[in-house]
Design a protein around this ligand. Structure first.
Ligand SMILES: [Zn+2]
Length: 321
């Protein structure tokens, strides 16, 4: 799979220009998240770590191989989902920056041991157990000590890296409670975290969808030409526009389906997805997004395991087709 500017969707570091890199993790599905690297002089800033310790060691080895002359002094955690921060403990003595809401969220997420139990060999022989084993069973959740930000902020924070200045913009709640994007003005680069999924259906854990649409507009307003999503290949403003269109469709679908009395899992049935997005991966995740969208329309909050069970059933139906 190729993306804009001939940047291949291949595992590892990809130069974006002016001392910026994307660390890409195909296939970009559950847990396979991208990171970013920014260098100025001998200082480096890392955007996000990986889902587990072995994958984060690979990331750090890639940084060391690429730029043995630099030291990571800052880590930005874009949000609280484990696939973006469960490697934080491996980078010692650095400042870890995230939004205050992200800091709170990290303790409230499903924890590594719970996720290991849900996706390991002993997990239940249900559609949900099967789903969790297939999507999460390949990661190694041992030894992880969830390590929250050491410095938190709300709104906006400008950070110096060597003699450069970058902007951390809190755009959540959207995907999660405290989503942050990283704008590197002098390179025309944005690291979007999970505000952007390219080639796969996003998951709206928190919402509201209108905030997420506004977050897309904030990315576009930076004028950046190279945008690194949390999952999938590097994109440009056209990729953001397409993703924004999907969110608008979600908002409309949720409103109509809720008004007509459909339960959220039927609103999120993958068969409802328009052809424009039919090739995106993990279409069953629309069920999670709809459960969240429904909450803002008046539906009660649903238990996470219930929502995931409907998600797994949606995928099982698709696989049986
Ligand atoms: Zn993610």
């Amino acid at each position: 799979m190729t993306a804009m500017g001939g940047l291949e969707f291949r595992r590892g570091m990809h130069e974006l220009g002016r001392g910026t890199w994307a660390y890409l993790s195909p296939p970009g599905t559950w847990g396979w998240s991208n990171c970013g690297l920014l260098v100025s002089g001998r200082d480096a800033l890392l955007v996000d770590t990986q889902f587990d310790l072995p994958l984060t060691r690979d990331l750090l080895a890639a940084v060391a191989a690429l730029r043995p002359d630099v030291q990571i002094r800052t880590v930005v955690t874009t949000h609280a989902n484990g696939d973006h921060c469960w490697g934080n403990q491996l980078i010692n003595g650095v400042e870890i920056i995230g939004s205050a809401a992200c800091g709170h969220g990290m303790g409230e997420e499903v924890q590594p041991a719970e996720l290991a139990a849900l996706s390991g060999h002993g997990s239940p022989g249900t559609p949900l157990g099967d789903y969790m084993r297939r999507h999460f069973g390949g990661f190694d959740f041992t030894g992880i000590e969830v390590t929250p930000p050491t410095r938190t902020f709300s709104g906006r924070l400008d950070v110096a890296v060597g003699d450069r200045r970058i902007e951390l913009l809190e755009v959540g709640p959207a995907h999660t409670d405290g989503d942050v994007i990283v704008h590197v003005p002098d390179a025309g680069v944005v690291y979007a975290g999970d505000i952007l999924f390219i080639g796969g259906h996003p998951i709206m854990w928190t919402g509201p969808v209108q905030n997420w649409i506004a977050a897309c507009d904030r990315i576009t307003a930076t004028g950046a030409e190279r945008i690194v999503p949390g999952h999938g290949p590097v994109t440009d403003p056209s990729g953001v526009a397409e993703f924004r269109g999907y969110l608008e469709w979600v908002a409309e679908r949720a409103e109509k389906a809720y008004a007509s009395g459909l339960p959220y899992w039927e609103a999120g049935d993958p068969s409802a997805i328009p052809p424009a997005y039919a090739r995106w991966g993990n279409p069953e995740r629309l069920v999670i997004t709809m459960a969240t969208a429904y909450r803002y329309l008046g539906d009660p909050a649903h238990d996470l395991m219930e929502v995931l069970a409907h998600t797994a059933e949606g995928e099982a139906k698709l696989r049986a087709r």
